[in-house]
Design a protein around this ligand. Structure first.
Ligand code: ATP
Ligand code: LTN
Length: 331
């Protein structure tokens, strides 16, 4: 059975981009695979964050996972920090990724570009090492992510190949990323040439926005002067983004969405996109509030940590043995 692993950082309010690019699809794997979904709270520390905000975001993210349809009987849901093996494996793996390749990571370049060197934490630079540890710790075969994370899975693959060459095939399992055909990169509604991102909230739809706000944001999304609803990312990024949002939510192709809206005026088109987003988010929010109220995420995270640790501790041991750390339990 394939192992599937993914995580989201609890760095802020989740956006429709996070939902379409990642969250919405996690549940699709739980019928046929062994699913591990975690809250990447250690990763959230790579940029300054208020402790109370971080804690609340983690709780919210746990509730979002459950509200998205992940079933804790089928999927293991846990916080990264509750499984210390992540940090222990990180300490080993950091010796096998190099300064040059880490400094070429797009996410690092983007996040650090406006920071002074003296303010950039080592964790931000070494982010892909911990992410690689997250992935290989569970022998994951498939890592579902949005487009921006592909580079991090690729560097994980480089690391796995490097380790296996040095210490023997089978030391680590080689993962593959999986991105959605439609919606792997949702753009900002106010500037459709930049990614919708929870740490840069202009033009975002948040998963907890009121339905009125969602509608207003979509109705005022930046478009163009052309007046035909057609997918053309270069020349019509705003309309293309709205078509993508619609298609991803309805689980249809871009071509099908284009055909549906052929001849529509922009206002009517936007109204139907808003209806589709609201129809998806309304029940999702209802479920989220129930979960927060009942605190049912707590036992889920406790049980998840236990199950995750069982697997993680075995992999860690395997790697410790492979690299030559003395096993004092083994006679
Ligand atoms: P931050 O702004 O803090 O870097 P983020 O909004 O980019 O956060 P992450 O926690 O890095 O969110 O990402 C969670 C998941 O959502 C990842 O799989 C990521 O690829 C996906 N994702 C993030 N933004 C988008 C987007 N605009 N479109 C599609 N998928 C996205
Ligand atoms: N880097 C990811 C979050 C993340 C992740 C992972 C995703 C941390 N570790 C392992 C998949 C697998 C992000 O920023 N979205």
């Amino acid at each position: 059975m394939a192992r599937i692993l993914s995580g989201i950082k609890p760095t802020g309010n989740l956006t429709l981009g996070n939902y379409i690019g990642a969250l919405k699809h996690f549940k699709d794997f739980q019928e046929t695979g062994e699913v591990f979904i975690f809250i990447a709270d250690l990763h959230a520390l790579t940029l300054p964050i208020d402790p109370t905000f971080l804690r609340n975001n983690s709780r919210d993210l746990a509730a979002f996972y459950l509200a998205s349809g992940l079933d804790p009987k089928k999927a293991t849901i846990f916080t990264q920090s509750s499984v210390p093996e992540h940090a222990e494996l990180n300490a080993i793996l950091q010796n096998y990724l190099y300064m040059g390749e880490l400094s070429r990571m797009t996410q690092f370049k983007e996040k650090s570009q406006h920071m002074k060197d003296s303010a950039i934490g080592l964790g931000l630079f070494a982010y892909p090492v911990l992410m690689a540890a997250d992935i290989v710790l569970y022998d994951a075969d498939i890592v579902p992510v949005g487009e921006d994370q592909v580079q991090h899975v690729e560097i994980t693959r480089d690391l796995v190949n490097r380790m296996n060459k040095r210490y023997g095939e089978g030391t680590l399992v080689l993962p593959n990323y999986k991105i959605n055909k439609v919606g792997a990169r949702i753009m900002s509604l106010s500037n459709p040439t930049v990614k919708m991102s929870k740490s840069d909230p202009k033009g975002d739809i948040f998963l907890l926005d009121s339905m009125d706000v969602v509608r207003k944001k979509i109705m005022s999304a930046v478009t163009d002067m052309d007046a035909t609803v057609r997918y053309d990312k270069e020349n019509k990024p705003g309309i293309s983004n709205l078509l993508t949002i619609y298609a991803a939510i309805k689980e249809i192709s871009i071509e099908e969405a284009e055909a549906k809206f052929a001849g529509y005026r922009y206002g009517d088109f936007k109204r139907e996109v808003a209806d589709a987003v609201i129809a998806e988010l309304e029940p999702f929010q209802k479920r989220y509030f129930e979960i927060i109220e009942s605190k049912e995420y707590l036992p889920v995270l406790q049980e998840g940590a236990k199950r995750a640790k069982e697997i993680a501790s075995k992999t860690l041991k395997r790697v410790q043995n492979a690299v030559g750390l003395l096993d004092i339990d083994d006679d």
